[in-house]
Design a protein around this ligand. Structure first.
Ligand SMILES: NC(=O)c1ccc[n+]([C@@H]2O[C@H](COP(=O)([O-])OP(=O)(O)OC[C@H]3O[C@@H](n4cnc5c(N)ncnc54)[C@H](O)[C@@H]3O)[C@@H](O)[C@H]2O)c1
Length: 267
């Protein structure tokens, strides 16, 4: 659904993303919604993609008061759906300049409880989904010699973490491998590929986690905010994504940006 405003609404776009077209996956809530909002505030047109169609259309309508939006129901693990959504995004908003691969799932199962189905589902959404979305955007980016891709990885892919189904860090490790490989191979096309590795930030992804599991995750965060450990917010990820999508990071590619309140210090 196209947000109520037209692509420029007659106003010259201003800001660090002025004139850019961005896709944010998993954008109905959490980090994705915060990122879509931040990019709109900086002048981008934003396609919000999410599995939950009604919710993402609602989010797109709400954010349309800031700038041009398009809300689409897309399962990023389904390559055909991703290709169709990319074509629709291009037709409504224009060629894609920026992609934030944020859609993801996490299970609260402990390693000895984890099932094969969980392993397959994590890879289908977190890893395959990231790759399908990149593939769908590459033709626009390569043709114009410009593109910015941000993949949302996870601190858990870089160091062991308690309270984690191993399928989650393993699938995020695939995302980090994709990031460095593509950065290496797409630099000549003017395409930057970076990852953000968030640490624990309480969102609805943790709804199935026990209080004990959440306390264990929060206890690992050195920085306090508002007097609490683990006080990171979705906007912290949105601000990092904005930096990696804007001209300020044009000579940065293949990097992992940690946004974790110091949970992984000195590395
Ligand atoms: N919150 C954290 O502590 C944390 C830490 C590290 C990494 N991450 C990663 O950040 C990203 C966003 O997490 P969040 O905390 O905002 O969680 P969230 O659950 O609020 O958001 C994830 C979004 O992805 C969507 N989604 C799930 N499966 C999808 C599919 N197949 N196709 C399209 N959309 C799909 C969901 O509907 C949801 O809107 C995820 O990739 C997550 O793994 C989160």
């Amino acid at each position: 659904m196209l947000g109520e405003r037209g692509p420029t609404d007659g106003r010259p776009a201003e800001g660090r993303m002025a004139g850019r077209v961005a896709i944010v996956t998993g954008a109905r809530r959490g980090f994705g919604r915060a990122t879509a909002k931040r990019l709109l505030e900086e002048g981008a047109s934003v396609a919000l993609w999410d599995l939950e169609e009604a919710a993402v259309e609602r989010a797109a309508m709400e954010l349309a008061e800031i700038g041009p939006t398009l809300g689409l129901g897309v399962d990023v693990g389904d390559r055909d759906q991703v290709q169709a959504a990319a074509a629709l995004t291009r037709a409504e908003l224009g060629p894609v300049d920026a992609l934030v691969n944020n859609a993801g799932i996490a299970s609260s199962a402990l390693p000895w409880e984890a099932e094969e189905e969980s392993w397959r589902r994590h890879f289908r959404i977190n890893a395959d989904g990231t790759w399908w979305c990149i593939q769908a955007c590459l033709p626009d980016m390569r043709e114009r010699g410009y593109g910015k891709i941000v993949n949302i990885g996870s601190l858990s892919a870089q160091q062991g973490r308690p309270a984690t189904d191993p399928a989650y860090p393993a699938s995020k490790g695939a995302v980090l491998g994709l990031t460095v490989s593509l950065a290496h191979n797409l630099g000549a096309d003017g395409i930057c590929v970076n990852a953000i590795n968030p640490g624990y930030i309480r969102t609805e992804i943790h709804d199935a986690f026990s209080e004990e599991q959440l306390a264990t995750l929060a206890a690992d965060v050195p920085l306090h905010r508002d007097g609490i450990k683990g006080g990171g917010r979705p906007k912290d990820i949105a601000d990092a994504a904005l930096f990696l999508l804007s001209a300020e990071s044009d000579y940065i590619t293949g990097e992992f940006l940690s946004v974790n309140g110091g949970s992984r210090t000195g590395s």
